[in-house]
Ligand binder design. Sequence first.
Ligand code: AMP
Length: 219
Amino acid sequence: MYLIVFGAPGSGKGTQARRLSEIWKIPHISTGDIIRSALNTDSYLAVHAEHTMRTGELIPDDVITEIIKNLFGQEIYAKGFILDGFPRTVKQAQALEKIFAALPEKKLIILSFEANEEAMIKRLSNRMSCYSCNKTFTLAQIKEENNCPVCHAKASLYQRSDDDIDIIRNRLRIFNETTKPVIDYFGTHRHVIRIDALQKIEDITDDIVRSCEDELKYS
Ligand code: AMP
């Protein structure tokens, strides 16, 4: 099964993608993580990554699409994956449809995480991530200063540089103008499952598991 988690920054798609990857034991691909891991390297992606983290702008379609194309050729992704952060433009979505057409597994589920903008701004400006386990938390969940509440790594928490308020606003503007049309594009020829992203984390996961099981049963 291939799953696309789609939503604005702060909609919780990354958190759910990690949970679903653990539940279903299928790999999670986050294009944001791939881009961040290029920071401070001497790869060709580093220049794009640095610009993206400073401004919130998207990296060029051809650069990210090439990365995705190469990943999908790998054996570990042949039976399925959870795709988080791609596609972010209609051009990327069209390229993805071409890539899917050549893959062996044909079941594709698209989840759209829906939440209002104010809630997303609040979440992003309160978000901390762990260098060690890659999980994210709100400031209220952190009990010991800078120690991870899940993996207990010491001094491992950081705030993403693109979670600065001005950059958040730019990322949401780009989402509304450039990324939102992707769901309309998919809606013309695929079923899109809409998820209320303002529920409790556990309830969202239950909702997704139930919806995906129904989708697989009746497709
Ligand atoms: P994310 O972790 O998904 O919020 O991604 C972090 C940043 O990486 C985004 O704000 C974009 O600037 C960039 N990025 C991630 N995925 C893509 C993509 N598919 N196309 C272009 N830029 C991307």
